[in-house]
Write a protein that binds this ligand. Structure first.
Ligand code: ZN
Ligand code: ZN
Length: 358
């Protein structure tokens, strides 16, 4: 295990998965008192990694999976099996997305323990969950019309509106806030909370210097680029700029020789290499997009500059959000301009006043 730490990192190395990934629900020891469990999910991203940490009097769990029967069954087996009937003493959620927070309310209620989470993640999650059962608001329709959606695409958005909250059990009425750079104690180890942003508003990562581990949630992922999107709740947001800054900050604060425990794919070494790859990838995307805007285009016309495959079906929403994140970032830097036509559609184009688009 830890003795396999390589001296140099040419790329990423995956010390645990030279064979296959562990079967869903089967704990895999990462370090003393730290266990990795993969949970299956019924979607194209077909799994999430959760972490069980031995704690005084029981277990701290980090992230929870979706509120679906299969995930609850997997937890039941862990509670009575591997976790030896010891209670969960605290649930930590790295961020507000349903695959991470889905069963937080169910577990905290069952064990009468606290949910630990950054404040913006907790509040935003409760706000978005409250959308379930409502009709899509007019501002959201206007937002996607401005991006270039046709009536069929808008109808599809209306039908899917509120899905976010469907896979999340009701959250507790109070929580314990996780604060940037605070140190929390889990078992006999200190873990430092380091907050990132861009993928979600106030994403927690957990760093244990003694064990040389980083629980990175979705802030840093191997093989997959974390989704960075603009949503109708904050149409003028610039999450890509936040994400780029957070990533540079993580690279500054954290040493390179950590074993990174990501929420998707597998534990890996090569944190700085990965952060550099992700940052460079987005910078390249920004410059291809800038080049593509030699002539005026709508957000949905820009997909060829950013994606290899044409986004269709469920991936349309993600692709639109990601494209808008890149467009808003270029707008913030004054590299491009945005004009609205009589139909309320936004057209983007290179800003002739801008010489340097970096
Ligand atoms: Zn996420
Ligand atoms: Zn996730």
């Amino acid at each position: 295990m830890l003795e396999h730490i390589p001296e140099q990192y040419r790329g990423l190395t995956y010390p645990f998965t030279r064979g296959a990934n562990p079967a869903p629900g089967e704990p895999h020891k990462i370090a003393e008192g730290v266990y990795w469990v993969r949970f299956a999910m019924p979607m194209s991203l077909d799994h999430i990694n959760l972490w069980l940490l031995e704690d005084a009097g029981g277990w701290t769990v980090v992230d929870t999976c979706l509120n679906i029967p299969d995930a609850r069954d997997t937890w039941e087996q862990l509670f009575s099996g591997f976790m030896q009937g010891k209670p969960v003493t605290r649930v930590i959620c790295t961020h507000m997305h349903p695959d991470h927070v889905g069963l937080a309310g169910w577990i905290t209620e069952r064990f009468d323990c606290d949910l630990w989470m950054p404040r913006e993640e907790f509040l935003m999650c409760r706000a978005m969950k409250a959308d379930t059962g409502r009709e899509a608001p007019e501002v959201a329709i206007r937002f996607y019309r401005a991006a270039g959606y046709d009536d069929t695409q808008l109808d599809r958005y209306r039908q899917k509106f509120g899905n976010f909250g469907r896979a999340i059990a009701p959250l507790p009425d109070s929580f314990r806030r996780l604060v940037d750079r605070e140190t929390i104690t889990i078992g006999d180890r200190y873990w430092q909370v380091i907050i990132g942003s861009g993928h979600s508003p106030e994403h927690a990562t957990l760093y244990c210097p003694a064990l040389k581990l980083l629980i990175s949630g979705d802030q840093v992922l191997p093989r997959i680029t974390p989704n960075v999107s603009v949503f109708p709740t904050e149409p003028e947001g610039d999450p890509l700029n936040e994400w780029l800054r957070s990533s540079a900050r993580l690279r500054e604060i954290l040493p390179d020789d950590l074993l990174v425990l990501p929420a998707h794919e597998a534990p890996f070494y090569g944190l700085h290499v990965r952060l550099n790859q992700l940052i460079e990838g987005h910078k390249n995307d920004l410059s291809s997009l800038f080049d593509y805007l030699e002539q005026p285009r709508r957000a949905i016309d820009c997909f060829p500059a950013l994606f290899h495959r044409k986004p269709e079906g469920d991936s349309l929403g993600f692709a639109t959000g990601e494209t808008l994140a890149h467009l808003n970032c270029l707008l913030g830097r004054r590299g491009i301009t945005r004009n609205t036509d009589a139909q309320g559609v936004h057209w983007y184009q290179q800003n002739p006043a801008t010489v340097d688009n970096d």
